[in-house]
Design a protein around this ligand. Structure first.
Ligand code: GDP
Ligand code: MG
Ligand code: ZN
Length: 390
Protein backbone atom coordinates (compact mmCIF):
# COMPACT_ATOMS: atom_id res chain seq x y z
CA UNK A 1 0.00 0.00 0.00
CA UNK A 2 1.34 3.39 -0.89
CA UNK A 3 2.38 5.40 2.14
CA UNK A 4 0.13 8.31 1.50
CA UNK A 5 -2.96 6.24 0.89
CA UNK A 6 -5.90 6.51 3.26
CA UNK A 7 -5.38 4.25 6.19
CA UNK A 8 -8.11 3.32 8.65
CA UNK A 9 -5.60 3.82 11.46
CA UNK A 10 -5.72 7.57 10.77
CA UNK A 11 -9.23 7.64 12.06
CA UNK A 12 -8.11 6.24 15.36
CA UNK A 13 -8.77 8.95 17.93
CA UNK A 14 -5.35 8.92 19.50
CA UNK A 15 -3.80 9.24 16.09
CA UNK A 16 -5.94 12.23 15.39
CA UNK A 17 -4.81 13.76 18.62
CA UNK A 18 -1.23 13.27 17.59
CA UNK A 19 -1.86 14.91 14.26
CA UNK A 20 -3.60 17.82 15.97
CA UNK A 21 -0.77 18.24 18.42
CA UNK A 22 1.78 18.27 15.64
CA UNK A 23 -0.19 20.85 13.75
CA UNK A 24 -0.40 22.99 16.84
CA UNK A 25 3.37 23.19 17.01
CA UNK A 26 3.33 25.33 13.85
CA UNK A 27 4.25 28.69 15.22
CA UNK A 28 2.76 32.10 14.63
CA UNK A 29 5.97 33.21 12.99
CA UNK A 30 5.26 30.80 10.12
CA UNK A 31 2.29 32.93 9.26
CA UNK A 32 4.21 36.14 9.63
CA UNK A 33 6.88 34.76 7.34
CA UNK A 34 4.33 33.63 4.79
CA UNK A 35 3.20 36.23 2.31
CA UNK A 36 -0.23 36.76 3.85
CA UNK A 37 0.73 39.96 5.61
CA UNK A 38 2.01 42.50 3.11
CA UNK A 39 3.82 45.70 4.00
CA UNK A 40 2.05 48.90 2.97
CA UNK A 41 4.61 49.65 0.24
CA UNK A 42 3.47 46.62 -1.75
CA UNK A 43 -0.15 47.17 -0.89
CA UNK A 44 -0.84 50.01 -3.29
CA UNK A 45 0.73 48.24 -6.28
CA UNK A 46 -1.12 45.00 -5.63
CA UNK A 47 -4.39 46.89 -5.36
CA UNK A 48 -3.98 48.06 -8.95
CA UNK A 49 -4.18 44.51 -10.32
CA UNK A 50 -7.28 43.65 -12.26
CA UNK A 51 -9.97 42.05 -10.07
CA UNK A 52 -8.15 43.11 -6.91
CA UNK A 53 -9.50 45.60 -4.43
CA UNK A 54 -8.65 46.85 -0.97
CA UNK A 55 -11.32 46.40 1.66
CA UNK A 56 -12.01 46.59 5.36
CA UNK A 57 -13.28 43.57 7.27
CA UNK A 58 -16.60 44.64 8.79
CA UNK A 59 -17.91 41.37 10.21
CA UNK A 60 -16.34 38.01 10.99
CA UNK A 61 -18.25 34.75 11.22
CA UNK A 62 -16.95 31.27 11.73
CA UNK A 63 -16.24 30.34 8.13
CA UNK A 64 -16.56 33.60 6.27
CA UNK A 65 -16.39 37.34 6.70
CA UNK A 66 -18.01 40.42 5.26
CA UNK A 67 -15.79 43.09 3.79
CA UNK A 68 -16.54 46.59 2.49
CA UNK A 69 -14.41 47.98 -0.37
CA UNK A 70 -12.26 50.92 0.66
CA UNK A 71 -13.33 54.13 -1.01
CA UNK A 72 -10.15 55.80 0.15
CA UNK A 73 -7.87 55.10 3.08
CA UNK A 74 -9.91 54.70 6.24
CA UNK A 75 -13.19 55.18 4.44
CA UNK A 76 -15.76 52.52 3.59
CA UNK A 77 -19.50 52.26 3.19
CA UNK A 78 -20.36 49.59 5.75
CA UNK A 79 -23.62 48.82 3.91
CA UNK A 80 -21.73 47.79 0.78
CA UNK A 81 -20.71 44.27 1.74
CA UNK A 82 -19.03 41.39 -0.02
CA UNK A 83 -18.90 37.84 1.20
CA UNK A 84 -15.27 36.93 1.69
CA UNK A 85 -13.32 33.82 2.54
CA UNK A 86 -9.63 33.64 3.29
CA UNK A 87 -7.67 32.09 0.41
CA UNK A 88 -7.46 28.38 1.14
CA UNK A 89 -3.68 28.14 1.22
CA UNK A 90 -3.53 30.27 4.35
CA UNK A 91 -6.03 28.13 6.16
CA UNK A 92 -3.82 25.05 6.01
CA UNK A 93 -1.56 26.40 8.72
CA UNK A 94 -2.87 25.90 12.19
CA UNK A 95 -2.15 28.95 14.22
CA UNK A 96 -1.85 30.40 17.66
CA UNK A 97 -4.80 32.67 16.97
CA UNK A 98 -8.35 31.43 16.69
CA UNK A 99 -9.02 33.80 13.82
CA UNK A 100 -6.70 34.85 11.03
CA UNK A 101 -8.61 38.01 10.27
CA UNK A 102 -10.58 40.28 12.57
CA UNK A 103 -13.01 43.12 12.23
CA UNK A 104 -11.08 46.25 11.30
CA UNK A 105 -8.42 44.43 9.31
CA UNK A 106 -7.48 45.97 5.99
CA UNK A 107 -7.39 43.23 3.38
CA UNK A 108 -6.67 42.80 -0.28
CA UNK A 109 -9.35 40.80 -2.07
CA UNK A 110 -9.79 39.18 -5.42
CA UNK A 111 -13.22 38.97 -7.01
CA UNK A 112 -14.37 35.35 -7.17
CA UNK A 113 -15.13 33.80 -10.53
CA UNK A 114 -18.65 32.59 -11.09
CA UNK A 115 -17.69 28.96 -10.42
CA UNK A 116 -15.95 29.85 -7.17
CA UNK A 117 -18.79 32.00 -5.94
CA UNK A 118 -21.55 30.31 -4.06
CA UNK A 119 -24.52 30.79 -6.37
CA UNK A 120 -27.02 30.32 -3.57
CA UNK A 121 -26.26 33.66 -1.99
CA UNK A 122 -26.99 37.11 -3.29
CA UNK A 123 -23.88 38.99 -2.26
CA UNK A 124 -20.88 39.39 -4.54
CA UNK A 125 -18.02 37.26 -3.27
CA UNK A 126 -14.27 37.45 -3.08
CA UNK A 127 -11.21 35.77 -1.64
CA UNK A 128 -8.99 37.49 0.92
CA UNK A 129 -5.42 37.20 -0.32
CA UNK A 130 -3.51 39.59 1.90
CA UNK A 131 -3.73 41.49 5.11
CA UNK A 132 -2.13 44.85 5.92
CA UNK A 133 0.08 45.07 9.03
CA UNK A 134 -2.01 46.03 12.04
CA UNK A 135 -1.40 49.09 14.14
CA UNK A 136 -3.39 47.70 17.05
CA UNK A 137 -5.23 44.57 18.06
CA UNK A 138 -7.69 43.83 20.81
CA UNK A 139 -7.76 40.23 21.91
CA UNK A 140 -8.76 37.93 24.69
CA UNK A 141 -7.98 34.36 25.58
CA UNK A 142 -10.27 32.04 23.60
CA UNK A 143 -12.85 30.71 26.11
CA UNK A 144 -12.97 27.35 24.31
CA UNK A 145 -9.20 26.94 24.20
CA UNK A 146 -7.35 29.08 26.74
CA UNK A 147 -4.01 28.71 24.97
CA UNK A 148 -5.35 30.47 21.92
CA UNK A 149 -5.84 34.10 21.18
CA UNK A 150 -9.23 35.36 20.01
CA UNK A 151 -8.71 38.63 18.20
CA UNK A 152 -11.81 40.76 18.62
CA UNK A 153 -10.75 43.69 16.46
CA UNK A 154 -7.76 45.10 14.62
CA UNK A 155 -6.60 48.62 13.78
CA UNK A 156 -8.85 50.40 16.23
CA UNK A 157 -7.81 53.88 17.33
CA UNK A 158 -9.34 53.78 20.78
CA UNK A 159 -10.99 51.46 23.25
CA UNK A 160 -14.33 52.50 24.67
CA UNK A 161 -15.10 50.59 27.84
CA UNK A 162 -18.78 50.55 28.66
CA UNK A 163 -20.16 49.36 31.98
CA UNK A 164 -23.53 49.88 33.58
CA UNK A 165 -23.84 50.85 37.23
CA UNK A 166 -26.67 48.37 37.66
CA UNK A 167 -28.38 45.66 35.59
CA UNK A 168 -25.81 44.23 35.20
CA UNK A 169 -23.91 45.52 38.23
CA UNK A 170 -20.61 47.17 37.49
CA UNK A 171 -17.42 45.10 37.77
CA UNK A 172 -14.52 47.43 38.36
CA UNK A 173 -12.04 44.61 37.85
CA UNK A 174 -13.27 44.14 34.30
CA UNK A 175 -12.61 47.81 33.57
CA UNK A 176 -9.04 47.30 34.77
CA UNK A 177 -8.64 44.34 32.41
CA UNK A 178 -9.75 46.39 29.45
CA UNK A 179 -7.46 49.23 30.51
CA UNK A 180 -4.53 46.81 30.40
CA UNK A 181 -5.39 46.04 26.77
CA UNK A 182 -5.52 49.70 25.83
CA UNK A 183 -2.26 50.50 27.60
CA UNK A 184 -0.49 47.58 25.92
CA UNK A 185 -1.64 48.72 22.52
CA UNK A 186 -0.81 52.32 23.39
CA UNK A 187 -4.28 53.46 22.38
CA UNK A 188 -6.49 55.81 24.42
CA UNK A 189 -9.20 54.33 26.63
CA UNK A 190 -12.52 56.00 27.33
CA UNK A 191 -14.63 54.78 30.22
CA UNK A 192 -18.39 55.17 29.94
CA UNK A 193 -20.51 54.38 32.98
CA UNK A 194 -24.06 53.89 31.75
CA UNK A 195 -27.53 53.61 33.31
CA UNK A 196 -26.99 56.60 35.54
CA UNK A 197 -30.79 56.75 35.87
CA UNK A 198 -30.69 53.44 37.77
CA UNK A 199 -27.90 54.68 40.03
CA UNK A 200 -29.91 57.80 40.88
CA UNK A 201 -32.84 55.56 41.78
CA UNK A 202 -30.87 53.69 44.45
CA UNK A 203 -29.04 56.76 45.72
CA UNK A 204 -31.11 56.95 48.92
CA UNK A 205 -31.53 53.28 49.73
CA UNK A 206 -27.95 52.25 48.95
CA UNK A 207 -25.81 55.25 49.77
CA UNK A 208 -22.75 53.04 50.17
CA UNK A 209 -22.92 51.80 46.59
CA UNK A 210 -23.63 55.30 45.33
CA UNK A 211 -20.58 56.70 47.15
CA UNK A 212 -18.40 53.85 45.96
CA UNK A 213 -19.34 54.68 42.37
CA UNK A 214 -18.54 58.36 42.87
CA UNK A 215 -15.16 57.49 44.38
CA UNK A 216 -14.30 55.15 41.51
CA UNK A 217 -15.27 57.77 39.00
CA UNK A 218 -12.89 60.20 40.68
CA UNK A 219 -10.17 57.54 40.86
CA UNK A 220 -10.18 56.76 37.12
CA UNK A 221 -10.29 60.45 36.30
CA UNK A 222 -7.30 61.05 38.56
CA UNK A 223 -5.38 58.39 36.62
CA UNK A 224 -5.88 60.49 33.52
CA UNK A 225 -8.64 58.54 31.76
CA UNK A 226 -11.69 60.15 30.17
CA UNK A 227 -14.63 59.00 32.29
CA UNK A 228 -18.28 59.70 31.56
CA UNK A 229 -21.38 59.00 33.56
CA UNK A 230 -24.46 58.83 31.33
CA UNK A 231 -27.82 57.31 30.60
CA UNK A 232 -28.28 56.27 26.99
CA UNK A 233 -31.95 55.76 27.79
CA UNK A 234 -32.83 59.17 29.19
CA UNK A 235 -29.91 61.29 27.96
CA UNK A 236 -29.61 63.46 24.88
CA UNK A 237 -26.69 63.18 22.46
CA UNK A 238 -26.90 66.90 21.76
CA UNK A 239 -25.86 68.01 25.22
CA UNK A 240 -23.82 67.19 28.28
CA UNK A 241 -21.54 64.19 28.55
CA UNK A 242 -23.12 62.31 25.64
CA UNK A 243 -22.20 65.25 23.43
CA UNK A 244 -18.62 65.04 24.69
CA UNK A 245 -18.57 61.32 23.90
CA UNK A 246 -19.85 62.10 20.41
CA UNK A 247 -16.94 64.49 19.88
CA UNK A 248 -14.48 61.80 20.97
CA UNK A 249 -15.91 59.21 18.55
CA UNK A 250 -15.82 61.48 15.50
CA UNK A 251 -13.21 60.57 12.91
CA UNK A 252 -11.95 57.57 14.87
CA UNK A 253 -12.36 53.80 14.83
CA UNK A 254 -13.53 52.90 18.33
CA UNK A 255 -14.19 49.48 19.74
CA UNK A 256 -17.10 49.34 22.17
CA UNK A 257 -16.33 46.74 24.79
CA UNK A 258 -18.06 45.55 27.90
CA UNK A 259 -20.43 42.91 29.20
CA UNK A 260 -23.59 42.23 27.30
CA UNK A 261 -26.55 44.30 28.42
CA UNK A 262 -24.58 47.35 29.51
CA UNK A 263 -25.87 49.47 26.62
CA UNK A 264 -23.25 49.26 23.86
CA UNK A 265 -25.81 49.03 21.08
CA UNK A 266 -27.98 51.68 22.72
CA UNK A 267 -25.01 54.03 22.74
CA UNK A 268 -24.15 53.32 19.10
CA UNK A 269 -27.73 54.05 18.09
CA UNK A 270 -27.46 57.58 19.49
CA UNK A 271 -24.88 58.49 16.86
CA UNK A 272 -26.75 57.73 13.63
CA UNK A 273 -25.20 54.40 12.68
CA UNK A 274 -25.55 53.25 9.06
CA UNK A 275 -26.98 50.05 10.47
CA UNK A 276 -29.15 50.39 13.54
CA UNK A 277 -28.01 48.02 16.27
CA UNK A 278 -30.32 45.54 17.93
CA UNK A 279 -31.13 46.42 21.49
CA UNK A 280 -32.41 43.62 23.66
CA UNK A 281 -35.77 44.94 24.76
CA UNK A 282 -36.54 42.20 27.20
CA UNK A 283 -33.86 42.27 29.87
CA UNK A 284 -35.22 39.12 31.51
CA UNK A 285 -34.44 36.98 28.50
CA UNK A 286 -31.16 38.70 28.20
CA UNK A 287 -30.01 38.04 31.77
CA UNK A 288 -30.33 34.35 31.16
CA UNK A 289 -27.42 34.81 28.83
CA UNK A 290 -28.99 35.45 25.46
CA UNK A 291 -27.83 38.32 23.40
CA UNK A 292 -28.85 39.67 20.05
CA UNK A 293 -25.51 40.79 18.69
CA UNK A 294 -23.62 37.56 18.17
CA UNK A 295 -20.64 38.79 16.20
CA UNK A 296 -18.40 41.86 16.17
CA UNK A 297 -19.38 44.35 13.51
CA UNK A 298 -17.87 47.57 12.24
CA UNK A 299 -20.41 50.29 11.56
CA UNK A 300 -20.00 53.75 10.15
CA UNK A 301 -21.55 56.50 12.22
CA UNK A 302 -23.52 59.31 10.65
CA UNK A 303 -21.59 61.71 12.89
CA UNK A 304 -18.32 60.52 11.29
CA UNK A 305 -16.06 57.71 12.46
CA UNK A 306 -16.64 54.01 12.96
CA UNK A 307 -17.48 51.83 15.88
CA UNK A 308 -16.88 48.15 16.36
CA UNK A 309 -19.81 46.79 18.36
CA UNK A 310 -18.73 43.59 20.03
CA UNK A 311 -20.91 40.64 20.97
CA UNK A 312 -22.08 40.16 24.51
CA UNK A 313 -19.01 38.58 25.92
CA UNK A 314 -19.59 36.49 28.98
CA UNK A 315 -15.98 35.78 29.68
CA UNK A 316 -13.11 38.07 29.18
CA UNK A 317 -9.75 36.66 30.07
CA UNK A 318 -6.42 38.10 29.34
CA UNK A 319 -3.79 35.75 28.01
CA UNK A 320 -0.66 35.24 30.13
CA UNK A 321 1.25 38.40 30.92
CA UNK A 322 4.62 38.70 32.56
CA UNK A 323 4.76 41.00 35.55
CA UNK A 324 7.00 43.60 33.92
CA UNK A 325 4.61 44.28 31.05
CA UNK A 326 1.66 44.10 33.42
CA UNK A 327 3.23 46.64 35.80
CA UNK A 328 3.74 48.88 32.80
CA UNK A 329 0.05 48.58 31.88
CA UNK A 330 -1.16 49.92 35.23
CA UNK A 331 -0.26 53.51 34.50
CA UNK A 332 0.10 54.62 38.11
CA UNK A 333 2.61 51.77 38.72
CA UNK A 334 4.90 52.91 35.93
CA UNK A 335 6.70 55.52 37.99
CA UNK A 336 7.82 52.77 40.38
CA UNK A 337 9.19 50.43 37.72
CA UNK A 338 12.84 49.70 38.43
CA UNK A 339 12.67 51.21 41.93
CA UNK A 340 12.12 47.92 43.80
CA UNK A 341 15.00 46.27 45.61
CA UNK A 342 14.83 43.22 43.34
CA UNK A 343 14.91 43.62 39.61
CA UNK A 344 12.46 40.78 39.04
CA UNK A 345 10.06 42.03 41.74
CA UNK A 346 6.47 40.86 41.22
CA UNK A 347 5.22 43.35 43.83
CA UNK A 348 3.54 40.61 45.84
CA UNK A 349 5.48 40.25 49.10
CA UNK A 350 9.06 41.08 48.21
CA UNK A 351 11.05 43.21 50.69
CA UNK A 352 11.92 46.71 49.51
CA UNK A 353 9.09 46.77 46.98
CA UNK A 354 8.37 50.31 45.79
CA UNK A 355 4.84 49.42 44.65
CA UNK A 356 3.88 47.97 48.06
CA UNK A 357 5.32 51.06 49.71
CA UNK A 358 3.25 53.30 47.44
CA UNK A 359 0.11 51.40 48.49
CA UNK A 360 1.02 51.91 52.16
CA UNK A 361 1.45 55.61 51.50
CA UNK A 362 -1.89 55.79 49.70
CA UNK A 363 -0.30 56.62 46.36
CA UNK A 364 -1.75 53.53 44.69
CA UNK A 365 -5.38 52.51 45.10
CA UNK A 366 -5.84 49.12 46.81
CA UNK A 367 -8.56 47.91 44.44
CA UNK A 368 -6.40 48.67 41.42
CA UNK A 369 -3.61 46.69 43.05
CA UNK A 370 -6.03 43.78 43.61
CA UNK A 371 -6.83 43.84 39.91
CA UNK A 372 -3.14 43.67 39.16
CA UNK A 373 -2.77 40.64 41.44
CA UNK A 374 -5.84 38.94 39.98
CA UNK A 375 -4.54 39.27 36.47
CA UNK A 376 -1.05 38.21 37.45
CA UNK A 377 -2.01 35.15 39.48
CA UNK A 378 -5.25 34.34 37.65
CA UNK A 379 -3.48 33.70 34.41
CA UNK A 380 -0.79 31.50 35.88
CA UNK A 381 -2.82 28.30 35.91
CA UNK A 382 -5.75 26.83 34.09
CA UNK A 383 -7.79 26.62 37.28
CA UNK A 384 -7.04 30.26 37.85
CA UNK A 385 -8.48 31.05 34.48
CA UNK A 386 -11.75 29.35 35.24
CA UNK A 387 -12.07 30.99 38.64
CA UNK A 388 -11.27 34.34 37.14
CA UNK A 389 -13.96 33.95 34.52
CA UNK A 390 -16.40 36.79 34.95
N1 GDP B 1 -32.33 51.98 32.63
C1 GDP B 1 -31.53 52.02 31.58
N2 GDP B 1 -31.54 51.00 30.69
C2 GDP B 1 -30.71 51.06 29.62
C3 GDP B 1 -29.83 52.15 29.42
N3 GDP B 1 -29.13 51.92 28.28
C4 GDP B 1 -29.57 50.73 27.80
N4 GDP B 1 -30.52 50.19 28.60
C5 GDP B 1 -31.22 48.91 28.43
O1 GDP B 1 -30.31 47.83 28.66
C6 GDP B 1 -30.63 46.72 27.83
C7 GDP B 1 -29.41 46.28 27.02
O2 GDP B 1 -29.02 47.32 26.13
P1 GDP B 1 -28.14 47.04 24.82
O3 GDP B 1 -27.88 48.35 24.17
O4 GDP B 1 -28.75 45.96 23.98
O5 GDP B 1 -26.80 46.49 25.50
P2 GDP B 1 -25.56 45.73 24.82
O6 GDP B 1 -25.79 44.27 25.03
O7 GDP B 1 -24.37 46.20 25.58
O8 GDP B 1 -25.51 46.12 23.38
C8 GDP B 1 -31.80 47.18 26.97
O9 GDP B 1 -32.97 46.68 27.53
C9 GDP B 1 -31.72 48.68 27.02
O10 GDP B 1 -32.97 49.29 26.82
C10 GDP B 1 -29.85 53.24 30.38
O11 GDP B 1 -29.13 54.22 30.29
N5 GDP B 1 -30.71 53.09 31.44
MG1 MG C 1 -25.47 44.87 21.67
ZN1 ZN D 1 8.03 45.60 43.62
Amino acid sequence: MAKWKYDKKDRDASNFDKIRRNRRTVKKSDLEESDFIKPMEEWVELGKKEDFFAARVVEVHKRYAFVSPELEEKSVDTRDVWLATVARKYLLNDRMERNLIAVGDRVLCQVSTEEEANVSQDLPSCAILHQAPRHSKISRSDPTDAGREHILAANVDQLVIIASYLHPTIRWGLIDRYLVLAEEQRIPAIIILNKKDLLEEVKKEDKEFYDECQNKLALYKSLGYSVFSVSTLTGNAKSGELKQIKAMLQGKISILSGHSGVGKSSLANLFAPEIVQDVEENPDIFYKGRHTTSYAAMIKLGIGGYIVDTPGIRSFLLADRDQISLTDSFIEFRQFLGKCKFRECRHIDEPGCAVLEAIEEGKIDKARYSSYLNILTGTSSREGRVKEDF
